[in-house]
Write a protein that binds this ligand. Sequence first.
Ligand SMILES: *[C@@H]1O[C@H](CO)[C@@H](O)[C@H](O)[C@H]1NC(C)=O
Ligand SMILES: *[C@@H]1O[C@H](CO)[C@@H](O)[C@H](O)[C@H]1NC(C)=O
Ligand SMILES: *[C@@H]1O[C@H](CO)[C@@H](O)[C@H](O)[C@H]1NC(C)=O
Length: 295
Amino acid sequence: MSACVSVMCRCGLTVSPRILSVCVPVVSSLLFCTTNQASLTVSPSRSQMLEGESVSLSCEEDDSSAGWKLRRNTTRDTRTECDDWGESAGSSCNFSYIITLESGVYWCESREGATSNSINITVTGGSVILQSPVLPVMEGDDVTLHCKTKTSNLPAGFYKDGSLIRTEPAGHMTIHHVSESDEGLYKCHSSSHGESPSSWISVTGKPTTTAPPPGHEAPPPAREAPQLVFTLVRHLVVLCPYFISTLLMVSLYRHRHTGNDLPVSMATPPPTQAEQGLDDDYDDVIASVTTEHHF
Ligand SMILES: *[C@@H]1O[C@H](CO)[C@@H](O)[C@H](O)[C@H]1NC(C)=O
Ligand SMILES: *[C@@H]1O[C@H](CO)[C@@H](O)[C@H](O)[C@H]1NC(C)=O
Ligand SMILES: *[C@@H]1O[C@H](CO)[C@@H](O)[C@H](O)[C@H]1NC(C)=O
């Protein structure tokens, strides 16, 4: 990644206008080189918090130079950065004492505007929370919900979309083999401590890497597209320095060869046998680069 960027810089700074006219479109198409990913994690790992808890949010990133920052939308303001409301350090952000007004949707955003997954956080002024998965649940997995106070589980009723689904004296319930029909808004109610806020639980389809069991329809291949893009980007990253330095070398050689008097700020050694060969391939290289460019 950094090799790629430094080749781009050399490319932009030291070559003549003619090379730039070839290089700039290539470089801009290869800005995909710097596209990367982050995922937001929260600790403690739940979407509901009690007022006064300390909470830590972190952007787990591939490349810290992309400048990932935590942002949030609340009922009061939108897209504000951690610096405005939390204790920020790099791409993480802490609350030492979270309050109800901090409820909202949180995500990481890079300087270029790429975004991570987002997490809904609800802070209650009451004493009961529902502990449910922060991230979408995979179809077929088991999910356990806890109804709890700061210190212990509470005997409680569990509700989905407003209707009681189960009463659990132990304060937790497990949904086995979740399916899309389990998606919904969950909460719990304790007769001694009151009600928790509601949290949305979403269910995502299984990846299609294994054959579906007989009698089941294959889930939609929703996860394949991002994987393809990732593979493509990875290949571009590998090819990027190769393309640019090949172009540079070939173009510089051409300048010398044709006695072109455009300023070139690099010392070029006399052409070798290999460069002669590359020169013949010049048009092929341009052609294949143009095809990549339309990616
Ligand atoms: C945050 O709010 C902005 C402005 O209302 C909206 O465009 C954006 O989609 C919201 N982001 C999330 C993650 O909900
Ligand atoms: C946030 O909290 C975590 C864990 O409690 C700690 O390791 C980290 O240094 C804290 N970061 C900031 C910016 O205070
Ligand atoms: C956040 O909550 C809203 C409203 O309950 C819901 O539509 C949305 O899917 C939730 N987002 C996540 C990431 O859970």
